[in-house]
Design a protein around this ligand. Structure first.
Ligand SMILES: Cc1cc2nc3c(=O)[nH]c(=O)nc-3n(C[C@H](O)[C@H](O)[C@H](O)COP(=O)(O)O)c2cc1C
Length: 396
């Protein structure tokens, strides 16, 4: 059964999709999606940073033939952005991990599956095509880590994205206030809130419950040689505060394909990533969900590009909601931009079709901005198209 009263064609931008998501979701799910951490200072800064960067367009350029394509790791993508890994995405639509991957495939962009998915990584790989990467919440327990990484390898994931910015969990006070826990637990408050959001209750929560039981993470009950080494995400991530570069060296030996580190915010760490054999990095503050007060990726992008741009592929995420944001980061030297919430707003607003709509909006906005600044293809974007605030100008 599906109650669908939203006309996605009337969502003209990502903010429209966010409004539908807010309306559809109970507070416990919406806060987990939308909020950052503590006072949401970094969350807000991730948006305002773009307002300080302006375009310097060239005029009377023939832009009648233009392309959004980028080539990365030997693959050509239709647009210069992809979908970032988001755990517990199944709270936003039924089997969201598959919906996100399929929408990415249809749009010709990469998708990163989170360790914390409600659908097992093998199923996502099997049932959705396209370019899929696997995000790893690394375990200090080598046996557990080896088990999960081997599963991602055997399922055919093309790249491993190791998230490095969670030595401890961020301080998400709203989650505690809302009683947010996975496996999902019902209390009176969220039962009433669920009942007030019937579309979500029926199409997402009850459908998941009937199909596969109480929503839970499917990748971390890692079974190594018939022995369960971790029963849940917390157990799997035990001693994550002890992780260091030696764990990356170990992973580099074990993982045969592309290796990327997600959560790099300094040129020094980017250089270490290159030294330890990474193929790329995600310049990211986790969408403002870990350290409140952390710098926004766009502010440090130029110095990181200057340090390792010729050695590593540079992805960037956190705060991207408009095509213009994406073009600005590409002009500053990023190879690709990733979106987390923008895709999940789409999932909550309309399942796979909603994610497709989100990606379509971003693609058309990128295309329009490219034409308006007089640039016909992504590799031709340079800081010359931008007017930058002083600290950024010094780093370019
Ligand atoms: C609901 C949600 C869940 C997330 N889960 C993960 C995760 O499991 N692993 C991870 O590395 N990052 C996770 N992130 C962070 C995203 O990968 C990405 O860094 C962030 O969303 C980018 O910012 P944006 O949402 O403003 O685009 C999550 C983000 C959100 C919104």
């Amino acid at each position: 059964m599906s109650i669908q009263i939203v006309n996605l064609a009337n969502a003209f931008n990502i903010e429209d999709l966010r409004c539908i998501a807010e309306w559809r979701l109970p507070r416990i799910a919406y806060d987990f999606l939308e909020r950052g951490v503590e006072d949401d200072v970094t969350l807000a800064a991730n948006r305002t940073v773009f307002e300080r960067i302006h375009f310097k367009p060239s005029t009377l350029v023939d832009v009648s033939s233009r392309s959004r394509q980028v080539t990365l790791f030997g693959r050509t993508f239709t647009s210069p952005f992809g979908i970032a890994p988001t755990g517990a995405a199944g709270l936003y639509c039924f089997e969201a991990d598959i919906a996100l991957a399929r929408a990415a495939e249809a749009a010709g962009v990469p998708f990163v599956l989170s360790t914390a998915s409600f659908v097992a990584l093998e199923r996502v790989a099997r049932e959705a095509g396209g370019t899929q990467w696997f995000q790893l919440y690394m375990s200090k327990d080598r046996e557990a880590a080896r088990g999960l990484v081997a599963r991602a390898r055997d399922a055919g994931y093309e790249a491993l994205v190791v998230t490095t910015d969670i030595p401890v969990a961020g301080n998400r006070e709203y989650n505690r206030r809302n009683g947010f826990e996975i496996p999902f637990r019902l209390n009176l408050g969220n039962m009433i809130d669920g009942a007030l959001h019937p579309h979500w209750l029926v199409n997402v929560f009850l459908r998941t419950l009937l199909d596969s039981g109480v929503p839970r993470f499917q990748n971390v009950d890692t079974n190594v040689g018939g022995r369960i080494v971790a029963k849940n995400l917390s157990e799997f991530r035990a001693r994550r505060d002890a992780l260091d570069w030696s764990d990356i060296a170990w992973l580099r030996e074990f993982w045969p394909r592309k290796l990327l580190l997600k959560g790099v915010l300094t040129a020094e760490d980017a250089l270490l990533a290159a030294q330890y054999g990474a193929d790329g990095i995600f310049v990211s503050n986790h969408g403002g969900r870990q350290l409140d007060g952390a710098v926004s990726p766009v502010e440090v992008l130029p110095e990181i590009v200057a340090a390792v741009g010729d050695r590593l592929a540079i992805m960037v995420d956190s705060g991207f909601r408009r095509g213009s944001d994406i073009v600005k980061a590409l002009a500053l030297g990023a190879d690709m931009v990733f979106v987390g919430r923008a895709a999940l707003y789409g999932a909550a607003a309309g399942g796979e079709a909603g994610v497709r709509r989100a990606l379509e909006i971003l693609a058309s906005e990128v295309d329009r901005v490219m034409a308006l600044i007089g640039c016909t293809d992504i590799p031709s974007l340079t800081p010359e198209y931008l007017v930058l605030p002083e600290p950024l100008r010094r780093a370019v």
